[in-house]
Design a protein around this ligand. Structure first.
Ligand code: NAX
Length: 326
């Protein structure tokens, strides 16, 4: 029998946590032969909800679940952690400026990064879902100097999956027929879903759609999909976000083969994205590590959009630097 993998979910009492934990328990995160220790981290306000989720997890009688722990102590939650899913974050409240938001999240992701630095297993992999996800990942990483920066990632997979699904619907093909789609930049309205390298059944997508649809329907629809879900569903995306988190970690650990996906990873300077920013790139995973797909031609249309989203990441980085959070 295999040693259990320790998976810590923060914000475990929230709606994404509720969807995510059941999929991790069932084997969809790490594989159907990998037992898991589930650690649920919450703050006092979310504790009861997390306890309830833990009871339901128990009632799932999942053969792969070795243990379930609920805690409010980040040090205990991240002790020996292999997979850290940082979902809990401080949402923007009424009258809150961006700097207030960044500061409130710095107070969460700084200490959590430090707890990961102290206690995590040497193979720890971190996915930040809580917004602003890219900059929260940067903050956590800055507080974990002993953990390689490339182990801190931010989730843009939901944006990627939304873009694939919209394109598949437009072309009337299954999602599996599409490859080479990219989400660049920040997980925010400035993100750039890029079809210029995408193929459908191996054929370039650019031959099949026009620029007007691209600029005026596809890009804004993907970027504003979160708002559309809130409008229709009455609350923000939860199961689809959890599903994307499962995809991200699954692909990171198990590999993508030749197919591409998108992930927020620390920039090595590729494609003109300043080194050290956590930005979304086209990626593959091999040997348990993300690698940025290199050598793509970037046309003027794409360049302008990538630069705009990266400029926002630079602003966020400068703001958290000025606040002393990194
Ligand atoms: P919920 O409000 O349902 O749950 C968040 C939970 O986090 C709450 O139970 C809260 O008590 C807990 N929490 C807050 N601070 C904490 C801390 N310091 N330690 C542990 N737990 C803490 O939000 P939910 O809908 O689950 O969304 C969670 C986060 O995901 C939000 O920041 C949201 O903006 C973000 N999202 C990110 C997405 C992405 O693609 N990267 C998409 C979905 C989602 O909007």
């Amino acid at each position: 029998t295999r040693t259990p993998v320790t998976v810590t979910v923060t914000g475990a009492g929230g709606q994404i946590g509720y969807a995510l934990l059941f999929r991790a328990a069932s084997g969809q995160l790490l594989g159907h032969d990998v037992p898991v220790n589930l650690r649920l981290l919450e703050i006092p306000q979310g504790r009861a909800a997390a306890e309830g989720t833990a009871l339901e997890l128990q009632d799932g009688a999942f053969p792969l679940v070795s243990s379930i722990t609920v805690t409010e102590d980040a040090t205990a939650a991240f002790d020996g952690v292999n997979i850290a899913l940082l979902v809990g974050a401080r949402p923007r409240g009424p009258g809150m400026e961006r700097s207030d938001l960044l500061e409130a999240n710095g107070a969460i992701f700084g200490p959590q990064g430090a707890a990961i630095n102290t206690g995590a297993a040497s193979d720890v992999r971190v996915l930040v879902v809580g917004n602003p996800a890219n900059t929260n990942a940067l903050i956590a990483s800055a507080h974990a100097p002993d953990v390689p920066a490339e182990r801190f990632t931010a989730m843009t997979r939901l944006d990627h999956n939304r873009a694939v699904a919209q394109l598949a619907a437009k072309l009337g093909v299954p999602v599996s027929a599409i490859d080479g789609l990219i989400v660049w930049g920040n997980h925010s309205a400035s993100q750039y879903p890029d079809i210029s390298h995408a193929t459908v059944h191996g054929r370039p997508v650019t031959e099949l759609v026009d620029e007007d649809w691209l600029a005026h329907e596809f890009i804004p629809r993907v970027a504003k999909r979160g708002a559309e879900i809130i409008e229709v569903r009455g609350s923000s995306s939860a199961a689809s976000a959890a599903s994307a988190a499962i995809d991200h970690v699954h692909d990171w650990v198990s590999g993508t083969g030749e197919r591409w996906t998108s992930a927020g990873v620390v920039s090595d300077g590729s494609y003109g994205v300043p080194e050290g920013l956590v930005s979304s790139f086209p990626v593959r995973s091999a040997g348990g590590a993300w690698e940025v797909v290199q050598g793509l031609d970037i046309d003027a249309f794409s360049r302008a959009r990538i630069d705009a989203s990266v400029a926002e990441l630079v602003e966020e980085r400068d703001a958290v630097r000025a606040l002393g959070l990194i």
